[in-house]
Structure formats: C-alpha cells, structure tokens
Design a protein around this ligand. Structure first.
Ligand SMILES: [Zn+2]
Length: 105
C-alpha cells in the first residue's frame, strides 16, 4: 500500500520527465504496474480516500487525538459529563425528598 506522500513523489518524478517508469519503480520500490497506474491517473480509490482523510484530520486541542474536526470524542465526553451531572442532580433531589425533614432552626 502506497502512502499518499509516496504517490505524490511518484507523480512528481513522472511530471519531471527525467525518470522512466522503470527507474521510478526501482527508486521507490513500487512495482512498475503501480507506477503505470499512477501515470495514467488510475489510482486506487482507497488511496485517494486516505489522502482526503489525512488532509482533513488534525490534532484535537481537547483530547489530543488525530481526528476530523469537530472532534466527536470530545463531543461524547461532554455529553457523558452532562448526563452524569443530571443523574447526580436527580439522585441528590431524590435523596433530599426521601430524607426526613429537619426541623427549621
Ligand atoms: Zn477531542
């Protein structure tokens, strides 16, 4: 599997016109068939998809994970925190209702 950077390098070498497909294959360790596919513009959709994904990802300031923004990990964590807060509040209210009333001072 070629990395997008490798594909880019192959494309640049092809565009330079200084290297034959065979020379590029030897230089990059990629099969000549793959070089030919890149030269003809027939690249695997997966490679194109990975390239897009890589371009769209960035390191989240909140959790530090490499994600496509907005970060869903942080969104889920925020949601969980809110759910927990509501649960704690409800438990607190229930406990207050069930406890016998203290006489007013
Ligand atoms: Zn995050």
């Amino acid at each position: 599997m070629l990395k997008p950077d490798d594909v880019k390098m192959v494309e640049e070498l092809l565009a330079s016109g200084n290297c034959s497909q065979r020379a590029i294959a030897l230089r990059t360790g990629v099969s000549r068939a793959t070089i030919a596919a890149i030269a003809s513009g027939k690249r695997s959709p997966r490679t194109a998809m990975e390239e897009e994904t890589q371009a769209a990802t960035q390191r989240c300031q909140g959790c530090g994970i490499l994600v496509k923004m907005p970060c869903r990990v942080c969104a889920v964590r925020r949601y969980q925190t809110q759910v927990l807060a509501v649960r704690r509040w409800k438990a607190h209210l229930a406990a207050r209702q069930n406890s016998p009333r203290r006489p007013a001072a």
